[in-house]
Design a protein around this ligand. Structure first.
Ligand code: FRU
Length: 424
């Protein structure tokens, strides 16, 4: 096997750092980087299932793609249990919050289709029961490969372990709808190595998931982004000068921030088909800043690489904070250096009055941002909430140089295609 150095002819890149100083610039409720309030009377996609992470069908260049005029999305999905005794509380009421909070353990990949880019119809499960090797089918990316309708679904097979995998199938359309056929053989691609990316043995709270394959617009090669943590035993990471950045007097204390070690990982394919991958050092690290940089993805615009990733308030380190939402970084070349958008990294956060209203934002190349509704307060004090498990209103952002601006809001789950492929 060739090493990185032999292959690229030089030492691999240095990861860019999201520093504590950058994160000190994060401010909730700036209207240009805050998602408009989601009303508590939102419609739900389905009373049978919860959905959360939404993965629009796209090509390897990032274009959201419809097939024969049908838009297609994949979602992480779990049954709702309104009459399961397990989720009935002592007053005989359905405890939807507990049901919702338990969903990750039974996440399955489903698909939906639509003629309008909204009003999604449930297609069904992508893989039959027993096909996926683990209990959880976690986030990834469906890629339309060609005009025959071949689809590579990259996703994360979780519990036991966490493995980036892919499964090939085909999308078939009729006048009446869309079906997914095949998706019968899951191929493991790679797991965390413990040298660049933290393993479960190094930290039981490790993250290694959310593959996002793409073709680099400049070198034409096939790469993949994913979520990771920086390798090393939990608690062994150093939050030094570089990770702290240029902070004002009084902000040098890093507390216990060594436990937060998120990174955006990258791998390069050794073959054309993306069956054989080599992990490279992370593109971006957030040691001492945040423990999760989830669902990383790119928008390629104006010759630049806009790297987006979702993160939470609860995963921030001691002494820094920010809203749940999507954060972004920009570079002139794939391997960086990346600088935080808007100075801080924050691109679209939840308003502080509704801190959990949406999550799992995906910024599409047309500037539209899709996300799901988590929970919305139904009273002034915020103690009563309505659980979502459905698509949020789509928001549009404008990306200009190193800045972004919220400019519009559209219907719930509006994910219009950027190009249509006529299947042969
Ligand atoms: C984001 C996420 C993903 C993961 C999935 C698990 O909402 O945490 O990183 O794949 O949800 O449900």
């Amino acid at each position: 096997m060739k090493s990185n150095t032999e292959k690229f002819g030089k030492a691999p890149h240095q990861p860019s750092l999201w520093t504590r100083a950058d994160a000190l610039k994060v401010h909730a409720d700036d209207p240009t980087t805050t998602q408009p309030l989601v009303s508590a009377d939102f419609p739900v996609l389905s009373n049978e299932v919860f959905i959360w992470d939404t993965m629009p069908l796209r090509d390897l260049d990032g274009n959201i793609t419809s097939v024969d005029g049908w838009s297609v999305i994949f979602t992480l999905t779990a049954d709702r249990h309104p009459s399961d005794p397990q989720y009935i509380d002592e007053n005989g009421n359905y405890d939807i919050t507990r049901d919702w909070n338990d969903r990750h353990g039974r996440a399955k990949m489903y698909y939906w289709f639509s003629r309008t880019g909204k009003d999604w119809k449930l297609g069904g499960r992508v893989m039959a029961e027993g096909v996926s090797p683990t209990a959880r089918e976690w986030a990834g990316t469906p890629i339309l490969l060609n005009e025959q309708g071949d689809v590579d679904l990259y996703y994360t097979a979780v519990t036991p372990g966490a493995t980036i995998v892919k499964v090939r199938g085909r999308v078939v359309t009729t006048e009446h709808g869309v079906s997914m056929v095949g998706f019968e053989k899951v191929k493991p691609l790679f797991e965390a190595d413990g040298k660049m990316y933290q393993t479960e043995a190094q930290n039981p709270f490790w993250g290694f998931r959310d593959p996002w394959p793409f073709r680099d617009p400049n070198d034409g090669k096939l790469y993949m982004l994913f979520e990771g943590n920086v390798a090393g035993e939990r608690g062994s990471h150093k939050v030094g000068k570089a990770e702290i950045g240029d902070v004002p007097p009084g902000y040098e204390d890093v507390g216990n921030s060594r436990f937060q070690t998120a990174c955006v990982g990258i791998a390069v394919a050794r073959d054309e088909d993306g069956d054989d991958w080599e992990m490279l050092p992370p593109l971006l690290t957030a040691v001492g800043v945040n423990d999760q940089t989830e669902r990383p993805h790119f928008v390629f615009q104006d010759g630049k690489y806009y790297l987006f990733t979702i993160s939470h308030t609860f995963t921030y380190a001691d002494g820094v904070t920010g809203p749940d939402g999507v954060y972004g970084f920009v570079a002139d070349s794939l391997f960086g250096p990346y600088v935080p958008l808007n100075g801080s990294g924050l691109v679209l956060g939840n308003p502080s009055s509704q801190p959990f209203q949406t999550y799992s934002h995906c910024v599409m190349p047309n500037g539209l941002v899709t996300s799901f509704i988590d929970s919305v307060p139904t009273d002034e004090s915020g103690t009563q909430i309505r659980i979502g498990g459905t698509e949020a209103p789509t928001v549009e952002i404008k990306i200009k140089g190193q800045q972004t601006f919220v400019v519009a809001e559209y219907d719930y789950g509006y994910i219009p295609p950027m190009l249509d492929v006529t299947l042969e």
